[in-house]
Ligand binder design. Structure first.
Ligand SMILES: *[C@@H]1O[C@H](CO)[C@@H](O)[C@H](O)[C@H]1NC(C)=O
Length: 177
């Protein structure tokens, strides 16, 4: 009886630990409302904000802006660099634009408003691989080194994840009995 109750509570604990580890988050671009605009200085840039944040698979980016004046274009690395708005991968014009980050690697966004990208209204978001999410190491390479779709999470990342869960389970069981 006591043993099965212990087992039950350790499984519940395990599940909640796992959910906490994998919890998806929403990131308001720029960290505040109406931050999708031409930066007033380098230190105010959106990439400065992005560099200080951790993005994980499953998280979402949320933009706040006036849709009558601006839009968000997801573009290729090349179009990001040249501020070419003519053939975006996706164009978002809602006042509550939300983009789910479904893979690791770099995502490139520029403003759809005429001339804004050239003045610095652009954003690179680098999503960590499944592996680095669980060992807490950020991908060292700079965003500019990413080209095209990133590699899918590796199986070793998954192994590491389940290994961690098993380890937590053992520790929980030890603590309970
Ligand atoms: C922008 O991209 C389009 C489509 O890829 C291309 O045809 C056009 O020449 C590019 N414009 C500039 C200024 O690079």
């Amino acid at each position: 009886m006591a043993a099965s109750r212990g087992l039950l509570s350790s499984s519940v604990l395990l599940v909640s630990v796992f959910l906490t580890l994998t919890e998806a988050r929403e990131h308001l671009v720029g960290g505040k409302a109406n931050a999708w605009k031409i930066p007033s200085s380098e230190s105010d840039s959106l990439n400065k904000w992005a560099g200080a944040s951790r993005f994980q698979i499953g998280d979402s980016l949320v933009w706040s802006f006036d849709p009558s004046k601006d839009s968000v274009l997801q573009v290729s690395k090349k179009d990001y660099e040249t501020c070419n708005t003519s053939s975006p991968i996706a164009a978002h014009k809602d006042d509550n634009t939300k983009v789910k980050l479904e893979r690791s690697g770099a995502y490139y966004f520029i403003s759809g408003a005429e001339g804004h990208c050239q003045k610095g209204q652009k954003l690179i978001v680098v999503v960590m691989s499944a592996r680095s999410q669980f060992i807490g190491v950020s991908p060292a390479p700079s965003p500019m080194e990413y080209d095209g779709p990133a590699v899918a999470p590796t199986s070793s990342g998954v192994c590491l994840k389940s290994g961690l869960v098993v380890m937590l389970g053992v520790l929980t069981a030890l603590a309970l009995f």
